[in-house]
Design a protein around this ligand. Structure first.
Ligand code: IPM
Ligand code: MN
Length: 366
């Protein structure tokens, strides 16, 4: 089990994965390490070929891998299929299967991109946030989950369920990560209404006793959505349940100029505790398959490339390589190169040009 399982998926997934592979190749060149890549099929492509978004072959591939490298899934072509045939089930089932309960979504501001964000530059000063999203429970997975059609009226139900264990492990991880940063943790919930949130808040308060050096705040999710735009620098580590984290991280991505900039790591272990390198993790940008821009060579590969940096940090415990990739992205952005989504004038480069420039930057820094 020494390979990276590569699942490009649908839409712009394959386009951004292609650029991230260039980054892995450049890292091979500068370090002499070798990273075997094994490709698999997932999502809409898998539905077209095999009639299911996740085949047993792909499951075997990821279960035997050292890390999973994931593009995106979904698209209008598959929008009207039955619920059990949605491309999104490809990624949801992988998360569940590998128990990837912690999704780390760093929101980093590249200085030179401040002018590309629709948010005022003054508001972006000192913004450095890590959103930790619970990834294997809550509304996305709770049962019952179905549409009901009893002839008189149509109805539907989703279930928001969390147990103590699920809350405790993500919250403990968040406290620990907060300890490694500026010791500030904000827990997001909707405890004025939801029972799951009341339990969530109670458990967070109980666990806080074990981390006395961390300053803890609770915030309601509606207020959090507003504060993220009004005064984002008040946040450092944010922890939340699955759905809130999904929504807030898309919102927060705009601070860094574009959804295309944000990476993520989905972990089944605490950072730094993948000692023998056999524990499971997956790396994907937070953006989706973006079918409207697929095939146009305008996708921003930086979210995927920064996810590559996270893979080196968490799966392979090579923080130095991770920093080298991030530094190279920074240098290329500082040189003025922009994909369409982060360009504030009419000049922009193709997806492949951005990937080539970052890869050659990696080779030249060393
Ligand atoms: C994400 C995506 C997924 C999610 C979709 C594709 C199921 O939006 O990774 O944020 O909602 O988790
Ligand atoms: Mn999302």
């Amino acid at each position: 089990m020494s390979y990276i399982a590569v699942l490009p998926g649908d839409g712009i997934g394959p386009e951004v994965i292609k650029e991230a592979i260039k980054i892995i190749k450049s890292i091979e060149d500068v370090t002499g390490n070798k990273y075997d890549l094994e490709y698999g099929i997932v999502g809409g492509e898998s539905i077209d070929k095999f009639g299911t978004p996740l085949t047993e072959d792909t499951i075997k591939l990821i279960e035997n891998s050292k890390a999973v490298f994931f593009g995106a899934v979904g698209g209008p072509k598959w929008d009207n299929l039955e619920s059990n045939l949605r491309p999104e089930l490809g990624i949801l089932n992988i998360r569940k299967r590998l128990d990837l309960y912690a999704n780390l979504r760093p929101v980093k501001i590249f200085e030179a991109l401040k002018e590309s964000s629709p948010i005022k530059s003054s508001i972006l000063n000192n913004v450095d946030i890590l959103i930790i999203r619970e990834l294997t429970s809550g509304l996305y997975f709770g049962q019952p989950k179905k549409q009901i059609d009893d002839n008189s009226k149509r109805a539907a139900v989703d279930t928001m369920y969390y147990d103590e264990y699920e809350i405790e492990r993500i919250v403990r991880m968040s406290f620990k990560i907060a300890q490694s940063r500026i010791k500030k943790l904000t827990s997001v919930d909707k405890s004025n209404v939801l029972e799951t949130s009341k339990l969530w808040r109670k458990i967070v308060d109980e666990l806080a006793i074990d981390y006395p050096d961390v300053t803890l705040n609770h915030i309601l999710v509606d207020n959090a959505a507003m504060q993220l735009i009004l005064n984002p620098s008040q946040f450092d580590v944010i922890v939340s349940e699955n759905t809130f984290g999904d929504i807030l991280s898309d919102e927060a991505s705009i601070l860094s100029a574009s959804l295309g900039m944000l990476p993520s790591a989905s972990l089944s272990f605490f950072p730094g505790e993948n000692i023998n390198g056999n524990l499971k993790s997956l790396y994907e940008p937070i953006h989706g398959s973006a079918p409207d821009i697929a095939g146009k060579s305008i996708a921003n590969p930086i979210g995927m490339i920064l996810s590559t940096a996270m893979m080196f940090e968490f799966a392979f415990e090579h923080k130095d390589i991770s920093e080298l990739i991030t530094k190279s992205v920074d240098n290329v952005i500082n040189s003025g190169l922009r994909t369409k989504d982060i360009s504030h004038d009419s000049k922009w480069c193709k997806t492949s040009e951005m990937g080539d420039s970052i890869a050659s930057q990696i080779r030249s820094i060393i």
